[in-house]
Design a protein around this ligand. Structure first.
Ligand code: MN
Length: 251
């Protein structure tokens, strides 16, 4: 029996996780280990300085008072250590995880953690604009399709798949593109205001962010109504830069 582990960063009660669960439950035995509350933008952070609690949240469902990385680590090294999953799927995130933003992403971090621990992994996100109603239906059916392929074919060691699905129906989808990470254009995204006690405060983020128009990127695929699949390597080394730096005069 195929074993499937699910996690996310939107929290155990999120709609995207429920849709993912329903979409892949026909493929095998599904376990869910997810944060007990929203942990978006948690990045690849591990809680080392406090205890973690695991609460049962239904048959095969567990809520953890920690980050997505904590959830996957506890699942693989604790809850499921004697019956490790064949695949980890993280999502379906409410919002895209595109370009450079993936280093902030808790959704992608959960997949990174499983990859580090030797389990083939897929992060899947639904790309939708602020104010747009997210429709998880197509992302759910695509999650099932890609899970089937990964279970059949496997993934290269140290590589995960970052999947972004546009907020459209299956009929309107223009295809599937294998992409590389695009580049976000970061604007003046810090909001500076004064609180009721006269002290200034700052809020990171804004909605004026755009991206560099370049064919072949994850941004470009989604903007053209396509599903984007980016293979992500956990080895962040730049091998070309190694050659340059070897020529430096460092003794
Ligand atoms: Mn999220």
């Amino acid at each position: 029996m195929v074993r499937i582990l699910l996690s996310n960063d939107d929290g155990i009660a999120s709609e995207g996780l429920r849709v993912l669960y329903e979409s892949v439950s026909g493929l095998g035995e599904v376990s869910v280990v997810a944060p007990d509350r929203e942990q978006s933008a948690a990045g690849h952070s591990l809680s080392l300085y406090r205890p973690l609690r695991i609460d049962p949240a239904g048959e095969g469902w567990f809520a953890v008072d920690g980050t997505p990385t904590d959830c996957v680590n506890l699942a693989l090294n604790g809850l499921m250590k004697d019956r490790r999953p064949d695949i980890l799927i993280s999502g379906i995130n409410k919002g895209g995880n595109l370009g450079d933003d993936i280093t902030y992403s808790g959704t992608v971090a959960a997949a990174m953690e499983a990859t580090l621990l030797g389990v083939p992994s897929v992060a899947i996100s639904l790309v939708h604009e602020n104010g747009e109603t997210p429709n998880f239906g197509f992302a759910g059916s695509f999650a099932r399709r890609i899970a089937g392929e990964v279970l059949d074919r496997g993934l290269r060691e140290g590589v995960l798949l970052n999947v972004n699905v546009p907020n459209i129906s299956e009929e309107d989808c223009q295809g599937v593109r294998i992409t590389h990470q695009g580049k976000r254009v970061y604007g003046n995204a810090v909001v500076e205001k004064i609180d009721p006690r006269g002290r200034e405060y700052f809020w990171i983020g804004g909605n004026s962010l755009s991206w560099v128009k370049e064919v072949g990127t994850d941004f470009d695929a989604v903007a053209n109504g396509c599903v984007s699949i980016t293979p992500i390597r956990l080895d962040l080394t730049d091998y070309e830069a190694m050659k340059d730096i070897e020529k430096w005069d460092l003794g």
